[in-house]
Write a protein of this length. Structure first.
Ligand SMILES: Cc1cc2nc3c(=O)[nH]c(=O)nc-3n(C[C@H](O)[C@H](O)[C@H](O)COP(=O)(O)O)c2cc1C
Ligand code: SF4
Ligand code: SF4
Ligand code: FES
Lengths: 427, 846
């Protein structure tokens, strides 16, 4: 647990104040970036570092930046996605509350790299304290000349706006987020066009996650090679794992990419509560396929989890012990997606509702034996047919729960009692 | 070609423009991909997923309606994967659909039924209840009224969002929206505000399912039992193409007949729902004649003999010049022509007019000037080619709702900007439009100021006289200068005491603007232009030429007569004034109602009373008809055939859906039978026979080319000679009279966007759409008078006074009040006097 990067000063009191942040080496990267790099060189540097998006999809950040059209006469926007609402994920919140300047410094550098002069930080509605922290940090940074006109004499101008969401999960999806900023209901847009070509107000737009951007000052300070040397071959750097559920020590753990899931649960998390046995783990936020207890010898990085048929996602690790009823757990999850579907496309709007109805019926003891296959089929009909990945995110857990715990579903539909007593580790 | 892409769909090559979608390409090949949310007029949103197709190398199925075609793409519409995907989508859409088809008004013409039949699952796998929302127990089948004309059944909605997008993207209104999220989404208007955008009916027509239903069609009839007849809307000058849906002698609904050049498949509520006035059971059923002071029912024979006999004896007593004919602008070309022919040839008078709502109708000279502008008029579909649109003296949303949509489209495409000047703000100026509000009747001074500003001359005086800040006019001059501008001249410019000067100024302004600037005259009325061209004014003969020696001889040859009455003749104002002084023998009203609408009720009433004989031919008994000696029931448009010339200058024919109901008769037949009794020897068996006679006259006159023919109404070629426009040097600003201490406010009046006179109020549910007669007043003025919304007030002018409720409208210019004209019970014209240009009133709270 030595080489923490983002969380290095997380316990440091007053790290959220600019003076302390600067004392601890803050804003050096900004000076360096503005003085020593041309924007294009920065994009190259980030490409070389191998940094990948921490918002869920793991898309290479530098590559995303390089998709921006050259020589456009439209403005370019940068949006920081701080709408963190994936169940089981709570890393961005800590980054914003305890180290807002790290995010700001990264934001300013990123904006400089992509030649953007107006940034929106889209903060989840419920995160009032985060919004307060960021807003204060912006004020501090502008009084130091890090934000505003002619930053540090470089001739680069930048404004940063905070936009507070209304409290919908779908607003984290990048196209809905843009609709929301534009003042409409957050309904996802069909891609293409991709945001980098036609995003906010039909202008080229880059959207990055808080954790992704927070990494940038460190890459500038220590170099792309340094960053690329941490972690695995293709998933580099550290990752903040959000450990929750039936573990003794839940919380955020910053560890190099590729730490083993077993190690995370048993060493860092201190094992399962009340000395139950482990039953299952969702490794990357509620949207990804579940893993059984016998599958936890897996490295926590994009590639290794994909090999196991799951995903790293936002690295929200949800642990369930063997007192958990998988049908009840699944119903809770599906209810979330039913409630959060934006309602634009038919498969997701109707499918999540249908799945929820079937699951509720099962739990009420009214399941028919054919309902298990029906549920699986409904889920597989959603996948790939929707506008945005929320539909897939609702369907993938359903399919994986059934595949891995089919006996529980069959049992409940055959008139059996629900298994276990405790339903699911989150409300 | 670089702007084109080539792709393969179902193993067939197709080339489309860059930016077109896969669906466009498929349609080009005649391959039908099922859709719900796609509409060529709306931006694609790819919501329903019904149009999913497989694209080689793409990981997922793609929505063909939204994904652009790309060079080299290989698309499979009917691959197993694509079919499976669409079937899945359809199952989802059906999974919560109530399947109440037997009682659904959309049954039989429902896209969901069709798609399910063609592509859908054969059975249902849902066993859960299908109810989505229950609004209130008191409505049947969970439907509830969204507004006065539309009902919504949320259970049936499939969330294609066409309705909200039509209202937002096309109409530019914000009356209807989606609320909540996901499965719980509902559509609704604003809280406590009914949904009554004047384009709301389009949501019903375009809703793929039976979620939105028109009040007037709900639970009435199965759509497949109805016959369809192509027709043209008669309720404004746009000339939208419509289809009449009817059974027997009952008209059930009016839908668009989708003419890409005219209406683009859209109708306004006035046309769609108001047109159903024809179906009202309050129509006149039988001819009536006055016996012992009372109007009593009689037969056609008797009534026509009675009218003809009276006219004969009047002609003997007063000469033909003592007889006057007042038609109306909704008459078809054939009717107007025939009316003009019997007036001039059979009766022998030039006393004919079709305008009865205006105080200052244009003189013949002005009419000919206006006709000259038609030579270069612009079709709606080309509005987008103009950088600027300058609209003066009209509320286009009222006079031309669909033309306004073309303007909105030009604005929202980002290519055009609109500038609107009128004496009040309008619904249209709530859109991104620059607007100026001048004094009522301040057109002349405003135009003079704008002209002077463009010339770089001082405008202080004229701007002051028009009631507009001179900086604002200077700004407009700066913005308009040098750019290609379309000038739309509203009725307030030519129905104006200074009409002729106004048009001279407008012409001069047009010449000062950028190259290619054009003046268009959007005439208010479905056949205003046809009435002008077919001789329904004293000074213009059938065919569109001036009433002079030479032209009369051309017509004489056609009509096989020796002479026609010498030039001269009275327009409506002159006829009414003469009649009120007892100088007219007979007045013939053909669909006109001067007592109800002429802006001087006293004169109009006296005129009708004092004429020795008067006859009205109309669909509903009007205020004028009540005073007449004979009333003949006129069949409304669905029961007639003929042609109209829209204000765009498009000649369009309409067909009759069924024979006239009750004992009413088509206009041309009534005129013909009357003419025959007065000695006319000709005969026609159908409007098309009349038309062929007219075409030959038109040919001889050479003003309008009726020959070429094209789909969807012919855009007529016109050739009117230029008229002399005055030299403007002597034009001086002329301050308008100011309100007096006793009568401190200026009275303005006009039609409601939902209504055509009082006709449309006879249609089901249209009587409720307007909130009753009210006095509209600017809230600032009201506050000064300590007036609250809904207070009862007395409005008085020197002529009389009215009592009505007050309502606030901030669009009205301070210092003025507004009364809608379409409520007959309000008798708005009893406040007006034909002797004064402006009417001043005082308002007292009761
Ligand atoms: C339903 C849905 C919800 C999402 N929610 C979030 C979120 O809360 N925070 C976030 O950073 N990304 C979220 N994403 C991912 C974003 O769409 C986007 O990929 C990400 O912000 C890109 O940033 P990155 O490249 O830095 O990862 C969500 C995606 C989906 C489909
Ligand atoms: S998948 Fe769900 S959340 Fe995404 S666009 Fe469709 S309905 Fe909306
Ligand atoms: S009401 Fe009709 S038009 Fe509107 S979203 Fe529903 S199905 Fe579509
Ligand atoms: S028609 Fe293409 S998604 Fe609805």
């Amino acid at each position: 647990m030595t080489n923490k990067i983002l969380f290095k000063y997380i316990d440091h009191p007053d790290q959220d104040k600019i003076a302390t942040y600067i004392e601890n080496g803050g804003y050096l990267a900004l000076r360096k970036a503005l003085k020593e790099f041309k924007p294009e060189e920065l994009v190259e540097l980030i490409k070389k570092s191998g940094l990948r998006g921490r918002g869920g999809a793991g898309f290479p950040t530098g590559l995303k930046w390089s998709f921006l059209p050259k020589n456009m006469n439209k403005p370019i926007y940068l949006i920081i996605n701080a709408d963190e609402s994936e169940p089981g994920t709570f890393k961005d919140r800590q980054l914003m509350e305890y180290n807002p300047h790290q995010l700001l410094e990264g934001t300013i550098i990123a904006a400089y790299a992509i030649k953007c002069h107006l940034v929106f930080i889209y903060i989840r509605g419920e995160f009032a304290y985060c919004a307060q922290q960021i807003s204060r940090a912006i004020q501090e940074a502008s009084s130091h000349g890090f934000v505003g006109k002619n930053i540090l004499g470089s001739g680069f101008d930048l404004d940063i706006h905070i936009y507070r969401g209304g409290g919908a999960y779908i607003c984290g999806e990048e196209t809905s987020l843009m609709e929301s900023i534009e003042g409409r209901r957050a309904l996802s847009r069909q891609k293409p066009p991709f945001p980098a070509i036609e995003g906010l107000w039909a202008c080229p737009t880059i959207i990055n996650n808080v954790e992704t951007i927070s990494n940038i000052p460190h890459i500038i300070n220590n170099g792309a090679e340094w960053f690329a040397s941490i972690g695995m071959a293709k998933s580099v750097g550290t990752k903040i794992y959000c450990l929750s559920g039936h573990v003794k020590r839940p919380g955020n753990y910053e560890l190099p990419m590729g730490v083993s899931l077993r190690e995370l649960i048993y060493e860092y998390g201190g094992g399962i509560i009340d000395d139950y046995a482990l039953k299952a783990v969702i490794p990357g936020g509620s949207s990804v396929p579940i893993l059984r207890a016998d599958e936890i010898d897996v490295k926590m990085d994009f590639e290794s989890l994909a090999e196991k048929g799951s995903m790293l996602g936002s690295a929200g690790v949800i642990v369930m012990h063997d007192g958990t009823c998988m049908v009840a757990a699944l119903q809770k999850l599906v209810k979330f997606y039913e409630h959060e579907s934006c309602g634009k496309c038919s498969p997701c709007r109707e499918g999540t509702n249908w799945m929820n109805k079937i699951l509720k019926r099962m739990l009420a003891g009214e399941g028919r034996p054919e309902d298990v296959d029906l549920l699986y089929d409904v889920a597989s009909n959603i996948i790939g047919n929707t506008v945005c990945p929320l539909g897939d995110a609702a369907a993938m857990p359903v399919m994986s729960f059934i595949r891995k715990f089919r006996d529980e579903f069959d049992n409940i539909c055959g008139g059996g009692k629900p298994y276990g007593t405790i339903s699911f580790p989150f409300r | 070609m670089p702007d084109q892409v080539k792709l393969k769909i179902e193993d067939r090559d197709v080339t489309v423009d860059k930016g077109q979608t896969i669906l466009d390409a498929a349609l080009k090949l005649g391959i039908i991909v099922p859709t719900f949310c796609w509409d060529p007029r709306l931006k694609p949103i790819a919501a329903c997923r019904m149009c999913l197709v497989e694209v080689e190398k793409a990981p997922k199925l793609v929505p063909s309606c939204a994904v652009p075609a790309i060079e080299g793409m290989v698309v499979k519409v009917f691959s197993e994967k694509a079919i499976r995907g669409r079937k899945a989508v359809l199952e989802f859409i059906l999974s919560n659909h109530p399947l109440d088809c037997p009682t659904c008004d959309k049954g039989g013409e429902c896209i969901l039924q069709d798609h399910t039949f063609n592509h859908g699952p054969t059975g249902s796998r849902t066993i859960e209840p299908r109810n989505r929302t229950i609004f209130d127990e008191k409505y049947k089948f969970d439907d509830f009224p969204l507004g006065p004309v539309i009902w919504l059944n949320m259970n049936r909605c499939i969330f294609c969002f066409k309705c909200t997008r039509i209202i937002k993207e096309i109409a530019g209104d914000d009356d209807l929206g989606a609320f909540n999220r996901g499965y719980h989404t509902i559509l609704h208007g604003h809280k406590n505000r009914p949904f009554r955008s004047e384009f709301s009916g389009n949501t019903v027509e375009n809703c793929p399912v039976g979620a939105l239903v028109a009040n007037s069609f709900r639970y009435k009839v199965r759509s497949w039992l109805l016959k369809k007849t192509p027709s043209v809307c008669h309720l404004c000058g746009d000339g939208c193409n419509i289809t009449l849906w009817h059974q027997g002698q009952k008209l059930f609904r009016i839908y668009s007949r989708w003419n890409r050049n005219v209406d683009n498949g859209l109708l306004c509520d006035r046309g769609r729902f108001g047109g159903l006035y024809a179906d009202s059971d309050r129509r006149l059923r039988n001819p009536k004649i006055r016996r012992e002071g009372k109007l009593i029912d009689t037969t056609w024979e008797e009534a026509l003999d009675f009218v003809a006999g009276n006219l004969e004896s009047i002609r003997a007593k007063f000469t033909a010049a003592g007889i006057g004919v007042i038609g109306n602008e909704m008459l078809s070309n054939e009717e107007t022509y025939l009316l003009s022919r019997i007036a001039r040839r059979v009766i022998g008078t030039n006393n004919i007019d079709f305008r009865f709502e205006d105080k200052f109708t244009p003189s013949t000279d002005l009419n000919l000037k206006l006709l000259y502008f038609l030579v270069k008029r612009i079709p709606f579909s080309k509005f987008g080619e103009f950088r600027n649109h300058l609209i003066i003296g009209t509320d286009t949303e009222v006079t031309h709702p669909i033309m306004t949509l073309w303007l909105k489209r030009a604005i929202s495409s980002g290519r055009s900007k609109c500038y609107a000047a009128y004496h009040r703000k309008t619904d249209f100026t709530l859109h991104p439009v620059e607007s100026i509000e001048y004094f009522p009747q301040g057109e002349y001074n405003f135009l003079l100021a704008l002209y002077s500003a463009l010339k770089g001359k001082s405008i202080d005086e004229s701007a002051l006289a028009s009631g507009v800040a001179s900086t604002l006019i200077q700004r407009w001059a700066e913005l308009l200068k040098g750019s290609k501008t379309l000038l739309l001249a509203g009725e307030a410019l030519y129905n104006n005491p200074r009409g002729s000067e106004n048009i001279d100024l407008l012409k001069a302004i047009c010449d000062l603007l950028g190259e290619g600037s054009v003046i268009n005259i959007p005439y208010d009325g479905s056949n205003y232009l046809g009435n002008l061209l077919w001789g329904a004014t004293p000074g213009i003969l059938p065919g569109g030429s001036q009433n002079d020696e030479e032209n009369r001889s051309i017509i004489c040859k056609e009509w096989k007569c020796d002479n026609l009455p010498e030039a001269g003749g009275m327009d409506t104002s002159q006829m009414l004034t003469a009649a009120s002084e007892g100088k007219m023998g007979a007045l013939i009203f053909f669909g006109s109602d001067p007592v109800g609408f002429y802006p001087d009720r006293e004169i109009a009433t006296k005129a009708v009373q004092n004429a020795s004989f008067k006859v009205a031919c109309e669909t509903f008994l009007t205020e004028t008809g009540k005073l007449c000696d004979a009333v003949l029931p006129l069949a409304p448009f669905p029961e007639c055939s003929g042609s109209l010339i829209s204000s765009e200058g498009r000649l369009q024919f309409f067909e009759k859906a069924f024979d006239p109901a009750y004992s009413s008769a088509e206009g041309w037949r009534i005129i013909l039978r009357l003419a025959q009794r007065l000695g006319f020897e000709g005969d026609y068996s159908s409007p098309s026979e009349i038309w062929s006679e007219m075409a030959s006259i038109a040919d001889k006159c050479g003003k309008v080319d009726y020959k070429q023919s094209q789909y969807g109404g012919q855009f007529l070629k016109m050739d009117f000679a230029a008229r002399a426009f005055s030299n403007l040097d002597g034009f001086q600003s002329s301050p308008l009279p100011s309100p007096t201490a006793e009568f401190p406010m200026i009275l303005t009046y006009g039609a409601s966007v939902y209504q055509k006179r009082n006709l449309t109020a006879y249609a089901e549910s249209m009587d409720k759409i307007d909130p009753g007669p009210k006095l509209y007043i600017n809230p600032d003025n009201a506050a000064k008078m300590k007036l609250y919304e809904g207070d009862t007030v007395r409005v008085s002018s020197t002529k009389g006074s009215l009592t009505m409720k007050s309502a606030f409208d901030y669009r009205i210019r301070p210092g003025t009040v507004f009364i809608p004209t379409n409520f007959q019970e309000a008798e708005f014209n009893s406040l007006l006097s034909s002797k004064s240009d402006l009417t001043f009133v005082k308002i007292e709270r009761l």
